[in-house]
Design a protein around this ligand. Structure first.
Ligand code: AMP
Length: 420
């Protein structure tokens, strides 16, 4: 085969796209009920936007970004995540002046050059939301509730919510220094990734997936013990609110968002229905990010969720999504003289909002009937020269084979009557 899709990318084929549409419709529906409005940002941005906001030291920026020079020599990157672009748009368009709290969501493709495996792609899709403008725990709790509402609405129950607080610029430095000192003592035994992280990002060492790292750090102090009064109050408030929303969670003191701009709440949703790539969604508060991107200091909180993973969970739990749409009517031409009328009528019906189909391959009547069956059309109308002359034809209901002679002038109203 001459051309194949690029490794780590996938076609969403016609037989599958209705599943995506359904999930996206649920996401939009849930988000709208929470009064979040859609924002659509470009899929490529200046590279520096991502390196600055996500951080030079992260895997995303260090190893995974699709970065290229365009023809004018500017460094461009395909977005690896959504938050940076949203914050850029927020600052650039002065959204703060319009509303004190900006609540936005996005749905779309993201790009990371990771090693492809089940549940991990190079072009994948996320839905996510950001609430910018409030330091209050209510917003953290609301956004977590909103993420969960999407899974619940899709009938997914097999998920677990983990939350943590990663502190702020006041309390975290003391913790970081303490942790660094302890980690340096055992540095040679740690995995190379963890060794690299000790200086810049020691909290990520506690989050390491490496078993040896995990057992070496099992007794190390966690950030919870170091939180300042403000962070600790904030974290208690988030927990109280989640409890009052009847959302189950566990506190995981090892859960971190890697960077210094992330503050206070961090959370992750995982699913037991997935394999090693079990993260459904992740998010948290980033009170220092707008500043980092040279905007006015503004607190924010957000999350992002993978759509492919969500669909995998739906597959595994056997949840059946609504079927793709089928034509309500298939008009079959009994002879060549009726073909033109059949197409013109199909188009007229479509203008009235009726999903109609006809044959475009000039096939025999028998083949057209087979096609109507394959397309799972609800009704078939067969018309030839005689029917056109008489102005009447049989409308056949495919499910039970019953038919009714109807006037060709009243197809639309008959369909609307019989199918409502
Ligand atoms: P992150 O932006 O890394 O916090 O990821 C948020 C969510 O996006 C994860 O929980 C996954 O569900 C999904 N995700 C992240 N990276 C990938 C990937 N390479 N392929 C598929 N889904 C991904």
């Amino acid at each position: 085969m001459a051309f194949r899709s690029i490794k780590g990318t996938k076609d969403i084929l016609p037989a599958d796209s209705h599943r995506w549409q359904h999930v996206e419709a649920i996401v939009r529906d849930v988000f709208q009920t929470f009064n979040y409005k859609e924002i659509r940002t470009p899929i490529f941005e200046q590279t520096a936007l991502f390196s600055r906001s996500i951080g030079e030291l992260t895997d995303i920026v260090g190893k995974e970004m699709y970065t290229f020079e365009d023809r004018s020599g500017d460094s461009i990157t395909l977005r690896p995540e959504g938050t940076a672009s949203v914050i850029r748009a927020y600052i650039q368009n002065n959204l703060a002046e319009q509303l004190p709290l900006t609540k936005v969501y996005y749905i779309g493709p993201m790009f990371r050059q990771e090693r492809p495996q089940a549940g991990r792609l190079r072009q994948f899709h996320q839905f996510g939301a950001e609430a910018i403008g409030s330091p209050a725990a209510e917003v953290d709790a609301e956004i977590i509730a909103m993420a969960i509402a999407v899974y619940r609405k899709l009938g997914i129950r097999q998920y677990a919510l983990k939350i943590n607080s990663v502190g702020c610029e006041k309390c975290r430095p003391v913790y970081k220094a303490t942790l660094q000192e302890l980690l340096r003592k055992i540095a040679p035994q740690l995995s190379p990734d963890s060794q690299r992280r000790i200086d810049q990002n020691p909290m990520r060492v506690l989050d390491s997936k490496d078993e040896e790292d995990q057992s070496l750090t099992v007794d190390m102090p966690l950030i919870n013990e170091f939180l300042c009064t403000e962070c600790s109050e904030h974290f208690k408030n988030v927990q109280r609110l989640l409890t009052s929303f009847e959302i189950d969670f566990t506190v995981d003191g090892r859960l971190v968002r890697g960077l210094d701009y992330y503050t206070k709440t961090a959370f992750e949703l995982t699913s037991t229905a997935l394999g090693s790539q079990d993260a459904l969604a992740g998010g948290g508060r980033y009170d220092l990010l707008t500043q980092e991107l040279e905007g006015k200091a503004t607190p924010g909180v957000g999350f992002a969720a993978g759509i492919e993973r969500l669909l995998m969970v739906l597959d595994k739990t056997g949840f059946t999504l609504p079927d793709g749409r089928h034509p309500l009517l298939f008009i079959a031409a009994a002879d060549d003289s009726a073909r033109e009328w059949a197409l013109a009528e199909t188009i007229r019906l479509r203008e009235r909002g009726i999903a109609a189909e006809t044959d475009l391959l000039r096939r025999s009547l028998k083949a057209q009937m087979r096609e109507a069956d394959r397309q799972e059309a609800t009704f078939v109308l067969v018309a030839g020269a005689r029917e056109l002359e008489e102005g009447k034809a049989a409308l056949k209901r495919m499910q039970d084979g019953t038919s009714e002679l109807i006037s060709l002038d009243t197809i639309a109203s008959t369909l609307q009557r019989t199918s409502s």
